[in-house]
Write a protein that binds this ligand. Structure first.
Ligand code: CA2
Length: 152
């Protein structure tokens, strides 16, 4: 069964607990549940994780390189600061969908630049937790297309 890593960066463990006006009322556990259901419908296995630590995120992206078929990444604030995350994504050589709950382009200008986008196949932002489900749809199609190419 193809495996996807859904990785979440700093402070996303606070989802549903603080700042509902920006990030909504769903907890990260709720988001994982939606992801597991949607991925199962596509025959995908999901490794869903969150960390507050940049190095941990880099380690998980390196792990994905070995054992996953694609990555969905909400790197939180590291999106806007981390060359280390960008380098890990480039080294992973996997399809990457970047997700943000909020529309980062309606927010402060420092959120308008994303290092992650430089390595992402696609970007989804502003659609709340539904964005994760859309990212799974996109990744499922990309993985399917890749396996079709490999068989030809
Ligand atoms: O919109 C997103 O998903 C972000 O990646 C969230 C990050 C932010 O730094 C990015 O610019 C956009 C922040 C995650 C913090 O999540 C919280 C959730 C609830 C309460 C407080 C923080």
């Amino acid at each position: 069964m193809p495996t996807i890593f859904i990785l979440n960066g700093p402070n996303l463990n606070l989802l549903g607990v603080r700042e509902p006006a920006t990030y909504g009322y769903d907890t990260l556990g709720d988001v994982e549940e939606r992801c597991q259901t949607r991925a199962a419908a596509h025959g995908l296995s999901v490794e869903f994780r969150q960390t507050n630590h940049e190095g941990q995120l880099v380690d998980w992206i390196q792990e994905a390189r070995e054992s996953a078929d694609g990555i969905i990444l909400n790197a939180g604030a590291l999106t806007h600061t981390s060359v280390a995350v960008l380098d890990a994504l480039n080294a992973a050589d996997l399809p990457v969908i970047e997700v943000h709950l909020s529309n980062i382009f309606r927010r402060e200008s420092f959120r308008h630049h994303s290092y992650v986008s430089l390595a992402a196949t696609g970007v989804i932002c502003g659609l709340g937790p539904h964005g994760y489900e859309l990212a799974i749809e996109a990744l499922a199609a990309l993985i399917e297309a890749q396996s079709g190419e490999a068989a030809r």
